[in-house]
Design a protein around this ligand. Structure first.
Ligand code: ACO
Length: 367
């Protein structure tokens, strides 16, 4: 049975940075409160022309470069997102087109901030079963488009960004070792975006009542997160036959510094074994785990052979953890340059659009 290795990684965030002081000029809050209660100092916010797919493609190209793969080598793209560009088509399909990953099946996965863990597990299981060889797993969000900038309980928390991993099949042991996935729909109301779906489609009243914004019972989510984070990490470790002594890094969902502190206490681990960057990005939801991972790699913290546990929680409610043996890119004989393929991908995409247009004209004339 092949192993599923994490062989490529990349991240992208919008250029625009919003600091706590910027926020204190917009609403009744201040830097000290936000830092004390969340650990956040600043966050990146998407501009008008930045979307989950554009951030995702920038992250994915970097991940493909590290893995030394062409977009056409990819069999599967899973985009985990809670801020998809449309209800349909899936954001993963937009990414597939922009990347030129013409052989890949692509779909979105919705499990809020836990989504990246669920998506990695789905991709790893597809590789382990032998049904695919190369997968691109992406977490991409522009959740700031759904925050009410007058609601100080929520607007201080979120930031935008994307992170991508390449997962590849290999006969060498390593890669994804275990995963646990949990959900409890009875807690769904504590963190939701009530309108805009088929239950409450957009109309004047829903917009007037602010139902297209994120609604959150912060204290309830806090209690839930502190209850499940450490426990899920422990479950994934036990499933992999490991203990906390075997692990070099815990990479948690970056929602709140205090939640991470509680998980560290539960696991009886010092905080310096946790990768933490919530101070500079805020809560980028499903993108937070890959963004934290890429930063840790770039700082030289993560080394081949390290055992890592990724752990997250989020709306749904959902939570989960995944243990991995970090092995880095697979050995390769020939370098490829994924970026150069994108020009051809764009040309091919426009040619396909043109062909559909001509086909429509011909059918129209015949009928
Ligand atoms: N600035 C100043 N004061 C504020 C602010 C603010 N931004 N926000 C709230 N306050 C006030 C409140 O009004 C309250 O005042 P009161 O006592 O006079 O009523 C006081 O501060 C305390 O408010 P709490 O809500 O009790 O503050 P708490 O310490 O719980 O922190 C927070 C709130 C940061 C939201 C915390 O509960 C939290 O992090 N919860 C988890 C949220 C989370 O992680 N959500 C994302 C989940 S992942 C996903 O799926 C997207």
């Amino acid at each position: 049975m092949p192993y599923a290795h994490i062989t490529g990684w990349g991240m992208a965030v919008p250029e625009k940075v919003l600091t706590n002081d910027d926020l204190s000029r917009m609403i009744d809050t201040n830097d000290e409160w936000i830092r004390d209660h969340t650990g956040i100092r600043e966050r990146h916010v998407a501009c008008e022309n930045e979307f989950p797919s554009t951030l995702a493609v920038a992250a994915a190209v970097k991940a493909l470069q590290v893995a030394n793969l062409k977009p056409t080598d990819i069999d599967l793209i899973i985009c985990s997102t809670s801020s998809p560009e449309h209800i349909f088509p899936a954001t993963a399909c937009l990414i597939q087109d922009q990347l030129g990953a013409s052989r890949a099946g692509a779909f979105d996965l919705s499990a809020a901030c836990t989504g990246f863990i669920f998506a990695m597990n789905m991709a790893a299981q597809s590789i382990r079963s032998g049904s695919i060889k190369n997968a691109l797993v992406i977490g991409a969000e522009t959740l700031t488009r759904f925050v009410d900038w007058n609601d100080r309980n929520t607007c201080i928390l979120f930031g935008d960004g994307a992170g991508a991993f390449v997962l590849q099949a290999s006969d060498q042991p390593g890669g994804v070792l275990s995963a646990v996935m949990h959900s409890d729909g009875s807690g769904g109301d504590s963190l939701s975006l009530p309108a805009g779906g088929s239950r409450l489609p957009a109309n004047e009243a829903t917009v007037h009542e602010g139902k297209h914004y994120i609604h959150m019972d912060g204290r309830a989510v806090f209690r839930f997160a502190t209850r499940v984070m450490g426990h899920a990490a422990k479950e994934a470790l036990e499933l992999a036959g490991l203990t906390t002594d075997d692990v070099q890094w815990i990479i948690p969902h970056q929602a709140n510094y205090r939640i991470i502190e509680t998980a560290a206490k539960y696991l009886k681990l010092p905080l310096d074994r946790f990768v933490i960057n919530v101070d500079r990005y805020g809560n980028t939801s499903t993108a937070s785990i890959p963004i934290a991972t890429v930063e840790a790699i770039e700082k030289g913290l993560i080394k081949n052979g390290d055992k890592i546990v990724f752990v997250g929680f989020g709306a749904g409610l959902t939570w989960g953890a995944l243990a991995a043996d970090w092995t880095g890119p697979l050995p390769t004989e020939r370098r490829v340059h994924p970026e150069s393929y994108r020009t051809w991908a764009r040309v091919r995409s426009w040619l396909r659009r043109l062909a559909r247009l001509i086909e429509g004209l011909i059918w129209g004339r015949e009928s």
